[in-house]
Design a protein around this ligand. Structure first.
Ligand code: HEM
Length: 407
């Protein structure tokens, strides 16, 4: 492992429209010059494949309450809001062992490969319906027409959520996404806290409704887990359901929109996929590598963390730059910044994280990606961009808010 050279100052400001448009040159600069970056905003960022992979497997904490006083923590104190809202603080994504071990075991019991594979026919039928509507419209915003409704409906159906105000849920969930990225904006913090409380109440009502209307679904299975002893408290149950709901669609929407955009911007690769439909499985892995739907994972150091010749002090908040690591030329080779659907080791991407928090929904996301992108390409030989992409303004869940296409 080489010791980084910090002689060239790198101005890394991820909060600009230009960064949103294309963050990859900035990630490349970080990797080359400051792979262990201490941001003035009070967080650290690692961006080399080797470092990010090691961090994810290191067993570092994910609990934000361990962050030491500093610009990042003080911003929350000054704003009078909690930096670990109720849902987030209780969801397994934000818990360390032994709570994480207990909750992951319970959720995995309900979220089985059988339950996931059983969704494929429904996914196919939802995709067919969406593509019929797209064919009829001719020009659409692909986010509204496919990338958002597919994963949102799939996770709602899997959970067996009662009919509810979907638009409201979508808005709350989107606001909550701000909580996974470092912010010192008081308005954003307050909005996150309010969304967290409202989502908690809405999902709590859905859980109560399901108690009276049990069925063969994920929510009923999770309620059974709560009823079978004291392994899961009511608040924990609500938090896991809300997390599945949010994680189940906010991420996959970026795979479907970002994956399609990457193909449209690389016509030779789009043609290759059209001519070789069997490539779809590897193509989805390469699309996940090329434009990771989740750009960063978060960790907190409880003691000094040694990386690449640096010492990161205890109580530091670290972003593991999954998207940058997925383009690291020292790991992937000189064509790391290119889309190559036939890349042999594409599956070694870090888009689903790693270590004990490795994505629980990876198998479901892969099916949704294969069916939606595979069918879109198959059915619409004239698929093309029909205007400018609008970005969602998120740092860690960076993706298209609007993707105009013509078929
Ligand atoms: C965790 C990415 C889809 C449920 C994660 C993590 C990443 C990730 C990077 C690890 C976070 C960390 O280490 O801190 C993705 C991507 C997806 C996707 C890129 C789509 C392309 C889904 C879906 C679901 C889901 C569809 C569920 C329906 C979860 C859960 C965790 C998780 C429950 C927490 C696991 C734990 O903490 O043990 N995901 N995800 N994800 N994901 Fe996904």
């Amino acid at each position: 492992m080489s010791t980084p050279q910090q002689s060239e100052p790198v101005i890394f400001n991820p909060f600009t429209p230009e960064f949103m448009e294309d963050p990859y040159p900035h990630y490349a600069e970080l990797r080359r010059h400051v792979p262990v970056h201490e941001h003035p905003g009070g967080f650290w960022m690692l961006s080399r494949y080797e470092d990010v992979d090691a961090l994810l497997r290191s067993g570092l904490s994910v609990e934000q309450r361990h962050v030491a006083p500093g610009p990042f923590r003080d911003a929350y104190t000054n704003a009078g809001v909690t930096d670990e809202p109720r849902l987030k603080g209780l969801a397994l994504l934000d818990r360390d062992p032994s709570d994480h071990t207990r909750l992951r075991k319970l959720v995995s019991k309900a979220f089985t490969p059988r339950a996931i594979n059983a969704m494929e026919p429904q996914i196919r039928s939802l995709v067919d319906d969406a593509l019929d509507a797209i064919a009829e419209a001719g020009t659409v915003d692909l986010v509204e027409a496919l990338a958002f409704p597919l994963p949102f409906t799939v996770i709602s159906q899997m959970l067996g959520m009662p009919p509810t105000d979907n638009e409201r849920l979508r808005l709350l969930s989107h606001t909550l996404m701000r909580s996974v990225e470092p912010t010192t904006d008081i308005e954003v913090m307050k909005a996150v806290e309010a969304a967290d409380a409202e989502l908690f109440a809405l999902v709590g009502e859905a859980v109560s409704w399901k108690r009276d209307h049990p069925a063969d679904d994920l929510l009923t299975a999770l309620i059974a887990a709560e009823d079978n002893g004291d392994a899961l408290t009511h608040d924990e149950l609500v938090a896991q359901v809300a997390m599945l709901y949010v994680a189940g669609h906010e991420t996959t929407v970026n795979l479907l929109s970002g994956g399609t955009l990457a193909l449209l911007r690389n016509p030779d690769q789009l043609k290759l996929l059209r001519d070789t439909p069997d490539l779809i499985e590897n193509a989805v892995e390469e699309l996940l590598r090329y434009d990771a739907p989740v750009h960063n994972s978060r960790r907190v150091t409880l003691e000094t963390y040694h990386v690449d010749g640096f010492e990161i002090p205890p109580g530091s908040f670290i972003l593991a730059n999954l998207a940058g690591a997925n383009r690291d030329e020292t790991f992937w080779g000189p064509d790391a910044e290119e889309l190559r659907l036939e890349r042999e080791n594409a599956r070694r991407h870090l888009a689903f994280g790693g270590g004990i928090h490795h994505c629980l929904g990876a198998a479901l996301a892969r099916i949704e990606g294969r069916v939606a992108i595979g069918e879109l390409v198959r059915r619409f030989p004239a698929l093309s961009l029909d205007g400018d992409v609008e970005w969602n303004g998120l740092l860690s869940l960076r993706g298209a808010a609007r993707l105009p296409v013509r078929v």
